[in-house]
Design a protein around this ligand. Sequence first.
Ligand code: ARG
Length: 458
Amino acid sequence: MWGGRFAEGPSAVMREINASIPFDKRLWRHDIAGSKAHVAMLAQQGIVSATDAEAITRGLDAVAADYEARGVPEDLALEDIHMVTEKTLAEKIGPAAGRLHTARSRNDQVATDFKLWTRDAIDELDAGLSALQDTLLARAEEHAASVMPGFTHLQSAQPVTLGHHLMAYYEMIARDRGRLADARRRLNECPLGAAALAGTGFAIDREATAAALGFDRPTRNSLDSVSDRDFALEYLTAVTQASLHLSRLAEEFVIWASQPFGFVALSDQWSTGSSIMPQKRNPDAAELVRGHAGRIAGCCTALMMTMKGLPLAYSKDMQDDKPPVFEAHDLIALAVAAMTGMVESARFRADRMRALAEAGFATATDLADWLVREAGLPFREAHHVTGRVVAEAEKRGVALDGLTLEQLRAVDERIDARVFDVLSVDASVASRTSFGGTAPERVREAVSTARKNRGERA
Ligand code: ARG
């Protein structure tokens, strides 16, 4: 493509280090779309003839059909998807192909392709996250009143409901989707027409190409247009944050599926056996989702390091932007699908969750609150009295509501029979009616509000 200036071809190693076709062939659909928009604009502006533009457009469709049928040829000598496509086009339509690259550079071309790809990636991931939210809503509604131990420090803290716990993940994913929507909005400006770095002297119409490619407007500065990769980084940071959330949900499944917990039985479809221990049912998919989060964060770091300290405008380092973005995208797509499948098919053991909630003295705070409310103790003193009640129950090997009134009054005689109204786990969760609290009525309300908001947005 630049043979005019060179007497010799590149060395084999130069060729190999320089080539991006092994990975950027994945941009082919977007590359063809960008070229079609570009050539239509060139014809509209009278920069190429209508005949040439028509030949180029038809030729690009034929190239696309070839790629669809046989894949993109990986010719390292041609470096990247842009040159492979231009060469394939020339084989089909002859010298007119050489007019396509008028008023354009691979620098604005690749920025445009990659933005188009990332925009699709965002939409794809958003759809996956939305489906996961649907699943969480369904399971949360089903288990709005299923009591489980709520933890802090992974120690039984206060009873909550499983529905409330699942809705916490719904909220995290809502924020992840918000971040993706933000990134999409900022990304949606078209770099095409910035050319190599300085713009072009041809009378191009950047509004036209931007509109044809579904961008809101053209980018405003040509130097920034060809050197901006924040759009890819914003996508990666949003993906990383989402993957951190998924890894936490995955970790819950790993813990819940363990025998000492037994909160969930993974379906056959979402567990694996052991080649040596016949009793095993391993939560491999959850473990891999947990693991993938580390790899995804690595991809995000990789692109940050690539971009750090690069002067304006384009530098070849930036060709390394694509592999980490593609890798993170593929990993998160699998992770979202896996967690959706696991949540959907999990058999939650509500009986077991309730038994552990009852065993962990999880209503101790309710007793302390009762002492404050009904017996007028200062909270600090109520906390102390409750600690002694817990010690008494522990000594006798019973739950808090397993102590008799006499035993309770032996600790503090201000306790009376009404206390039993708050000592059960059901009474505890039912009392947590503050906005955002775990009371089953609040959880049902949260589910229906979420459904309503989703309906309105759709
Ligand atoms: N393959 C290159 C990339 O992905 C395309 C841009 C090449 N531009 C250049 N001036 N060599 O970044």
